[in-house]
Design a protein around this ligand. Structure first.
Ligand SMILES: Cc1cc2nc3c(=O)[nH]c(=O)nc-3n(C[C@H](O)[C@H](O)[C@H](O)COP(=O)(O)O)c2cc1C
Length: 184
């Protein structure tokens, strides 16, 4: 059992965070949720506030005394899902001005897993350069690009195709979606 941090921002797709929390817990892990103000507002607008009840704990984004702000804290890694271009830019620029961006900064400096799941379209040059910068710093950028080769029949199927990939790169093995070629 490990502890993971899930960062929820104001990009569209709060359901990605909710499904990530669910699947991390099903895999036997504890989840600490950090949400930005915009993340909370958009989650409410999209009918996904249940994510806050699902998490094992919800951390106060203004609390820099929280363990998640420290490099000596015991958490395995972090996924920011969905990640707004604003938060992505802050992390890429080393701007640790809230607990979410600080925890992401900690992951990079401690060489822990940091998976960022951006949701925007189209990308401008600043978005792309920030993603390049994050990748160079050790983060893994997993765009919220669901796939269709598993023949999804529900929104959850589509969402899970992104969540499964994010979790693999977080180091959490899962069989949320059938691996290509697994049953042929
Ligand atoms: C309904 C709604 C959907 C949004 N979708 C996105 C999005 O997909 N990607 C994005 O980068 N910003 C999106 N935004 C804008 C962000 O919420 C806004 O830039 C905010 O400042 C991000 O703050 P945060 O990074 O602190 O969460 C959306 C806003 C609203 C109200």
């Amino acid at each position: 059992m490990s502890r993971f941090i899930v960062g929820l921002t104001g990009a569209s797709g709060a359901v990605y965070a909710a499904r990530t929390i669910l699947h991390l817990q099903r895999a036997g892990h504890k989840v600490s949720l950090i949400a930005t103000a915009a993340g909370r507002a958009v989650a409410e607008y999209e009918g996904q506030v249940a994510a806050f009840d699902l998490a094992d704990e919800v951390l106060n984004i203004d609390d820099f005394f929280c363990y998640a702000a420290s490099g000596s804290a015991d958490f395995e890694g972090m996924v920011v899902i969905p990640c707004s271009m604003g938060t992505l830019g802050k992390i890429a620029g080393g701007i640790a001005d809230n607990l979410l961006t600080r925890a992401a900064d900690v992951c990079l400096k401690e060489r822990r897993k940091l998976v960022v799941v951006p949701r925007e379209m189209p990308y401008n040059l600043i978005h792309l350069e920030n993603m390049e910068r994050l990748t160079r710093a050790g983060a893994i950028v997993v765009p919220a690009s669901p796939h269709f080769y598993n023949k999804p029949t529900s929104i959850e199927d589509l969402v899970d195709s992104v969540v499964a990939k994010a979790l693999v790169h977080l180091g959490v093995k899962n069989d949320i979606v059938r691996q290509w070629g697994a049953d042929v």
